[in-house]
Ligand binder design. Structure first.
Ligand code: CTP
Length: 391
């Protein structure tokens, strides 16, 4: 069960979306609002989204023996306060319990995530900073506010991060850090091979699977470098992004980071060929026929397989026929530890969809067929298989 605390700041309107994300992840969400929060957003909004009344009155007592605030505090897997105003942060830091939210905080044993949101000058005030420091010492996880346009009309630090970023942060706080100390290199997305300054050869990869792998690794405590071809996705917080365009650039970037890493997850859809020569000027259409000569790109993963040493290599394969047979051959040829095979014929699997259905094959040839699932969850299932291979 998630406890979502809402305090009286204008960013409270964004917390409705956060409640919706939490309900999707963890069915049972209880919202506690301070009386000030109810001035900014209606309790009915949260009731509608979570299917439970939003709690405001601190003297509400449950039907059982226990007082409501103790009962809520005991049942929670996590307590998140977003937005957290200077006022509520101050009360929490000082142990004041004058409403249901601050009372539950004192009784909570679970991880607590605070998302401060206020005007920049308020945020920078030594009193607020000292309170945040005290809350950190009390074990709270504090999410840095973003920089941008604030409701008071000025631009600065103090903005509440977007709901999906808060949800990612909370997931990271709750995930066991079994990849701590592991340096991982993840490649993602397509590569683009220019024909001329306007046109290129590419493929349908969007980067979803690779970015999900990078996010899952960050959540589990790994140090992550994400080498990505062109993608519209945002880099998971905590990962270092190295953007590239062509297969040759990806090759260079991978080789630069390979030495220092323990694990390589090669989810990129690298173009196997590039135009033999990219024209410097835009080609005229009448010049195209019969002139497109291609030359092979280096197989990055195969090269890594040669230089592998003690590192763990995870490859991906997209197949449309004889998936298992082709993937086993690729695993051998590229000297991989695991290969994750998508069969493009399965509906809901493959490019540009949020789900995937794969089979994971190891060096001994053992195959594990997984059901169709969201790529975020699949990324963790793949890491569950990687973990025992690492020292
Ligand atoms: N790969 C790579 N460099 C390439 C081509 C592929 O590193 N030039 C990696 C991909 O990132 C992926 C794996 O190799 O992890 C398998 O890619 P795939 O295209 O399915 O395999 P190929 O070896 O290119 O075989 P084919 O296209 O013939 O199926």
């Amino acid at each position: 069960m998630y406890l979502l605390g809402v305090t009286g700041g204008i960013a409270a309107y964004k917390t409705a979306e956060l409640a919706r994300l939490f309900v999707r992840e963890e069915k049972e969400v209880h919202v506690i609002m301070t009386p000030g929060a109810a001035q900014f957003i209606s309790p009915l909004t949260f009731q509608t989204l979570t299917g439970r009344p939003a709690l405001i009155d601190q003297y509400w007592v449950s039907e059982g023996e226990k007082v409501r605030h103790v009962e809520l505090a005991e049942a929670a897997a996590v307590m998140v306060v977003a937005p957290a105003t200077a006022n509520t942060l101050g009360k929490m830091a000082g142990g004041i319990a004058d409403n249901l939210l601050t009372t539950v905080y004192l009784a909570a044993q679970c991880p607590v995530v605070l998302v401060p949101s206020m005007n920049e000058r308020m945020y920078q005030h030594p009193a607020v900073q000292a309170n945040l420091e005290r809350l950190r010492e009390q074990g709270c996880h504090i999410m840095e506010p973003g920089t941008g346009e604030l409701a008071c009309g000025i631009s600065g630090k103090g903005r509440m991060p977007e709901p999906h970023e808060i949800a990612d942060f909370v997931r990271a706080v709750l995930t066991e850090k079994d990849f701590r100390g592991v340096r991982a290199l993840v490649t993602a997305g397509p590569t683009r091979e220019p024909l001329d300054p306007v046109r290129f050869i590419s493929n349908r990869s969007t980067g979803l699977m690779g970015y999900a792998m990078a996010r899952a690794l960050v959540e589990r405590g790994a140090d992550v470098v994400l080498i990505s071809g062109p993608s519209s996705l945002s880099c998971p917080g905590g990962a270092r992004l190295v953007p590239v365009t062509t297969a040759l650039q990806m090759y260079e970037a991978v080789m630069e980071h390979f030495e220092e890493c323990h694990l390589v997850v090669k989810a990129a859809a690298v173009a196997d060929y590039r135009p033999a020569a990219a024209a410097e000027q835009k080609m005229k259409k009448e010049n195209f026929e019969n002139v497109l000569r291609l030359q092979p790109n280096p197989d990055i993963l195969q090269e890594l397989g040669r230089r592998k040493g003690e590192r763990i290599l995870v490859g991906f394969a997209m197949e449309t026929e004889r998936a298992g047979l082709n993937a086993r051959e690729k695993l051998q040829r590229k000297n991989l530890d695991l290969i994750v095979v998508n069969d493009l014929n399965v509906p809901g699997a493959g490019f540009a969809v949020p789900t995937n259905q794969v089979c994971i094959i190891d060096r001994q040839g053992r195959a594990e067929e997984l059901p169709l699932m969201p790529k975020e969850i699949l990324a963790h299932r793949i890491l569950d298989r990687v973990r025992p291979l690492l020292p």
